[in-house]
Design a protein around this ligand. Structure first.
Ligand code: FE
Length: 255
Protein backbone atom coordinates (compact mmCIF):
# COMPACT_ATOMS: atom_id res chain seq x y z
CA UNK A 1 0.00 0.00 0.00
CA UNK A 2 1.31 3.47 -0.88
CA UNK A 3 1.91 5.80 2.03
CA UNK A 4 -0.41 8.73 2.30
CA UNK A 5 1.50 11.79 3.40
CA UNK A 6 -0.54 14.90 2.90
CA UNK A 7 1.00 18.29 2.27
CA UNK A 8 0.64 19.34 5.86
CA UNK A 9 2.52 16.32 7.18
CA UNK A 10 5.27 16.71 4.63
CA UNK A 11 5.57 20.41 5.25
CA UNK A 12 5.44 19.97 8.99
CA UNK A 13 8.57 17.92 8.70
CA UNK A 14 10.37 20.58 6.75
CA UNK A 15 9.16 23.30 9.04
CA UNK A 16 10.35 21.44 12.11
CA UNK A 17 13.88 22.50 11.52
CA UNK A 18 14.04 24.82 8.58
CA UNK A 19 11.47 27.50 9.25
CA UNK A 20 11.70 30.33 6.79
CA UNK A 21 13.34 28.40 3.98
CA UNK A 22 10.66 25.75 4.03
CA UNK A 23 7.97 28.39 4.13
CA UNK A 24 8.87 29.40 0.61
CA UNK A 25 8.40 25.84 -0.61
CA UNK A 26 4.97 24.93 0.53
CA UNK A 27 1.89 26.20 2.20
CA UNK A 28 2.14 27.29 5.84
CA UNK A 29 2.14 24.59 8.51
CA UNK A 30 -1.26 23.85 9.99
CA UNK A 31 -2.86 26.14 7.46
CA UNK A 32 -5.84 23.91 6.88
CA UNK A 33 -8.01 26.96 7.26
CA UNK A 34 -5.42 29.37 5.77
CA UNK A 35 -5.59 33.09 6.51
CA UNK A 36 -2.95 32.83 9.21
CA UNK A 37 -2.50 36.07 11.10
CA UNK A 38 0.70 37.90 10.25
CA UNK A 39 1.81 38.01 13.87
CA UNK A 40 1.77 34.23 14.38
CA UNK A 41 -0.71 31.66 15.60
CA UNK A 42 -3.64 33.22 17.30
CA UNK A 43 -5.52 30.59 19.16
CA UNK A 44 -8.47 32.89 19.07
CA UNK A 45 -8.94 31.72 15.53
CA UNK A 46 -10.43 28.26 15.10
CA UNK A 47 -8.63 28.11 11.79
CA UNK A 48 -5.45 27.49 13.70
CA UNK A 49 -6.83 24.46 15.48
CA UNK A 50 -4.65 21.48 14.75
CA UNK A 51 -6.42 18.36 13.53
CA UNK A 52 -5.13 14.85 14.18
CA UNK A 53 -4.05 12.82 11.19
CA UNK A 54 -6.37 9.90 10.47
CA UNK A 55 -5.33 6.50 11.81
CA UNK A 56 -3.11 5.00 9.07
CA UNK A 57 -4.70 1.67 8.15
CA UNK A 58 -1.37 0.37 6.86
CA UNK A 59 -0.16 0.15 10.48
CA UNK A 60 -2.01 -3.17 10.62
CA UNK A 61 0.72 -4.55 8.34
CA UNK A 62 3.18 -4.55 11.23
CA UNK A 63 1.37 -7.46 12.89
CA UNK A 64 3.40 -9.93 10.83
CA UNK A 65 6.60 -8.59 12.41
CA UNK A 66 5.08 -8.65 15.90
CA UNK A 67 3.80 -5.11 16.52
CA UNK A 68 0.10 -5.62 17.10
CA UNK A 69 -2.87 -3.52 15.92
CA UNK A 70 -3.82 -3.09 19.60
CA UNK A 71 -0.49 -1.38 20.29
CA UNK A 72 -1.08 1.06 17.42
CA UNK A 73 -4.68 1.74 18.46
CA UNK A 74 -3.59 2.63 21.99
CA UNK A 75 -0.62 4.58 20.69
CA UNK A 76 -2.87 6.59 18.38
CA UNK A 77 -4.90 7.66 21.42
CA UNK A 78 -1.75 9.04 23.03
CA UNK A 79 -0.97 10.93 19.82
CA UNK A 80 -4.46 12.44 19.86
CA UNK A 81 -3.78 13.63 23.38
CA UNK A 82 -0.81 15.66 22.13
CA UNK A 83 -2.97 17.28 19.44
CA UNK A 84 -5.48 18.27 22.12
CA UNK A 85 -2.75 19.78 24.27
CA UNK A 86 -1.28 21.74 21.35
CA UNK A 87 -4.65 23.38 20.80
CA UNK A 88 -5.17 23.96 24.51
CA UNK A 89 -1.79 25.65 24.90
CA UNK A 90 -2.32 27.79 21.78
CA UNK A 91 -5.56 29.05 23.26
CA UNK A 92 -3.90 29.79 26.62
CA UNK A 93 -1.07 31.67 24.93
CA UNK A 94 -3.58 33.76 23.03
CA UNK A 95 -5.45 34.45 26.27
CA UNK A 96 -2.25 35.81 27.80
CA UNK A 97 -2.48 38.62 25.30
CA UNK A 98 0.44 40.94 24.67
CA UNK A 99 3.00 40.25 27.42
CA UNK A 100 3.67 43.15 29.75
CA UNK A 101 7.17 43.92 31.00
CA UNK A 102 6.84 41.62 34.02
CA UNK A 103 5.28 38.63 32.26
CA UNK A 104 8.48 36.66 31.78
CA UNK A 105 10.32 34.94 34.61
CA UNK A 106 12.74 32.07 34.20
CA UNK A 107 11.87 30.39 37.52
CA UNK A 108 8.13 30.43 37.01
CA UNK A 109 5.86 32.40 34.77
CA UNK A 110 2.83 31.46 32.72
CA UNK A 111 4.58 32.32 29.47
CA UNK A 112 7.55 30.14 30.42
CA UNK A 113 5.45 27.12 31.39
CA UNK A 114 3.23 27.37 28.32
CA UNK A 115 6.13 27.79 25.91
CA UNK A 116 8.17 24.95 27.40
CA UNK A 117 5.25 22.51 27.40
CA UNK A 118 4.22 23.67 23.94
CA UNK A 119 7.44 22.20 22.59
CA UNK A 120 6.64 18.92 24.37
CA UNK A 121 3.11 18.77 22.97
CA UNK A 122 4.06 19.82 19.46
CA UNK A 123 7.02 17.46 19.46
CA UNK A 124 4.63 14.70 20.53
CA UNK A 125 2.47 15.40 17.50
CA UNK A 126 5.26 15.66 14.95
CA UNK A 127 7.28 12.73 16.25
CA UNK A 128 4.28 10.40 16.18
CA UNK A 129 3.13 11.51 12.73
CA UNK A 130 6.52 10.60 11.30
CA UNK A 131 6.59 7.33 13.25
CA UNK A 132 3.12 6.24 12.11
CA UNK A 133 3.80 7.27 8.53
CA UNK A 134 7.04 5.34 8.17
CA UNK A 135 5.60 2.05 9.47
CA UNK A 136 3.50 -0.56 7.70
CA UNK A 137 5.90 -1.36 4.87
CA UNK A 138 8.06 -4.28 3.91
CA UNK A 139 11.10 -3.23 5.95
CA UNK A 140 14.53 -4.61 5.19
CA UNK A 141 16.93 -2.84 2.86
CA UNK A 142 15.88 0.66 1.83
CA UNK A 143 14.72 1.39 -1.66
CA UNK A 144 15.18 4.60 -3.61
CA UNK A 145 17.43 7.54 -2.83
CA UNK A 146 17.37 7.04 0.92
CA UNK A 147 19.19 3.73 0.37
CA UNK A 148 21.98 5.55 -1.45
CA UNK A 149 22.27 8.24 1.22
CA UNK A 150 22.31 5.65 4.02
CA UNK A 151 25.16 3.82 2.29
CA UNK A 152 27.03 7.06 1.81
CA UNK A 153 26.62 8.17 5.42
CA UNK A 154 26.94 4.83 7.23
CA UNK A 155 28.80 2.55 4.81
CA UNK A 156 25.97 0.04 4.51
CA UNK A 157 22.35 -0.60 5.47
CA UNK A 158 23.54 -3.09 8.09
CA UNK A 159 25.76 -0.50 9.80
CA UNK A 160 22.96 2.06 9.74
CA UNK A 161 20.52 -0.46 11.23
CA UNK A 162 23.03 -1.39 13.96
CA UNK A 163 23.53 2.29 14.79
CA UNK A 164 19.77 2.93 14.84
CA UNK A 165 19.21 -0.06 17.10
CA UNK A 166 21.90 0.86 19.62
CA UNK A 167 20.84 4.51 19.59
CA UNK A 168 17.34 3.21 20.32
CA UNK A 169 18.64 1.10 23.20
CA UNK A 170 20.41 4.19 24.57
CA UNK A 171 17.46 6.57 24.17
CA UNK A 172 14.68 7.24 26.66
CA UNK A 173 12.16 8.21 24.03
CA UNK A 174 13.12 8.64 20.41
CA UNK A 175 15.56 8.12 17.59
CA UNK A 176 15.33 10.15 14.38
CA UNK A 177 17.09 9.55 11.11
CA UNK A 178 17.47 13.09 9.83
CA UNK A 179 18.90 14.88 6.83
CA UNK A 180 20.95 17.96 7.65
CA UNK A 181 20.67 20.40 4.80
CA UNK A 182 23.75 22.33 5.87
CA UNK A 183 25.92 19.24 5.72
CA UNK A 184 23.93 17.25 3.18
CA UNK A 185 24.16 14.02 5.13
CA UNK A 186 22.16 11.65 7.35
CA UNK A 187 22.57 10.97 11.06
CA UNK A 188 20.67 8.97 13.70
CA UNK A 189 19.82 11.53 16.38
CA UNK A 190 18.81 10.62 19.94
CA UNK A 191 15.85 12.05 21.86
CA UNK A 192 14.98 11.40 25.48
CA UNK A 193 11.64 13.20 25.33
CA UNK A 194 9.29 14.70 22.77
CA UNK A 195 11.26 17.94 22.85
CA UNK A 196 14.83 17.06 23.63
CA UNK A 197 17.95 17.46 21.56
CA UNK A 198 16.58 18.91 18.32
CA UNK A 199 19.31 20.14 16.01
CA UNK A 200 18.54 23.01 13.67
CA UNK A 201 18.59 22.31 9.93
CA UNK A 202 18.29 18.57 10.50
CA UNK A 203 14.99 17.36 9.04
CA UNK A 204 13.75 14.01 10.37
CA UNK A 205 12.83 11.48 7.69
CA UNK A 206 12.25 8.47 9.98
CA UNK A 207 11.24 8.28 13.65
CA UNK A 208 11.55 5.35 16.05
CA UNK A 209 9.52 5.58 19.25
CA UNK A 210 11.25 3.70 22.08
CA UNK A 211 8.96 4.72 24.92
CA UNK A 212 7.65 1.55 26.57
CA UNK A 213 4.10 2.22 25.38
CA UNK A 214 5.32 1.54 21.83
CA UNK A 215 6.28 -2.06 22.60
CA UNK A 216 5.49 -3.30 26.12
CA UNK A 217 2.17 -4.92 25.17
CA UNK A 218 3.87 -7.01 22.47
CA UNK A 219 7.42 -7.47 23.74
CA UNK A 220 7.28 -6.60 27.48
CA UNK A 221 10.75 -5.26 28.27
CA UNK A 222 12.25 -6.66 25.07
CA UNK A 223 13.08 -3.39 23.40
CA UNK A 224 15.73 -4.93 21.13
CA UNK A 225 13.14 -7.34 19.68
CA UNK A 226 10.76 -4.45 19.13
CA UNK A 227 13.41 -2.49 17.22
CA UNK A 228 14.04 -5.58 15.07
CA UNK A 229 10.29 -5.68 14.34
CA UNK A 230 10.35 -1.96 13.53
CA UNK A 231 13.14 -2.52 11.02
CA UNK A 232 11.07 -5.29 9.39
CA UNK A 233 8.14 -2.89 9.05
CA UNK A 234 9.65 0.32 7.69
CA UNK A 235 7.80 1.79 4.73
CA UNK A 236 10.71 3.04 2.64
CA UNK A 237 8.37 4.75 0.16
CA UNK A 238 7.23 7.01 3.00
CA UNK A 239 10.80 7.66 4.11
CA UNK A 240 11.70 8.62 0.55
CA UNK A 241 8.81 11.07 0.50
CA UNK A 242 10.09 12.75 3.63
CA UNK A 243 13.58 12.76 2.10
CA UNK A 244 12.22 14.52 -0.99
CA UNK A 245 11.03 17.36 1.24
CA UNK A 246 14.38 17.51 3.03
CA UNK A 247 16.22 17.59 -0.29
CA UNK A 248 13.98 20.35 -1.63
CA UNK A 249 14.81 22.41 1.45
CA UNK A 250 18.50 21.68 0.95
CA UNK A 251 18.28 22.76 -2.67
CA UNK A 252 16.55 26.03 -1.76
CA UNK A 253 19.10 26.71 0.95
CA UNK A 254 22.01 26.34 -1.42
CA UNK A 255 20.67 28.52 -4.21
FE1 FE B 1 4.69 7.26 21.54
Amino acid sequence: MKPELDRRQLFTLGALSTGVVAASLAEPAFAQGADAPADGPSAGSAKWDMKAMPFPEKLKNTAAAGISPKTHEEHYKLYNGYVTKVNEIRKKLAQLGVPDEKAGNQTYSAIRELKVEYTFALGGVKNHEIYFNVLGGQGGKPTGEVGELIEKAFGSYERWAADLKQTGMAARGWVWLAHDYAEGTLFNYIGDAQNTFPVWHATPILALDVYEHAYYYDFQTGRAKYIDAFLKSVDWDAVNKYLAVAKAVAQAAHK
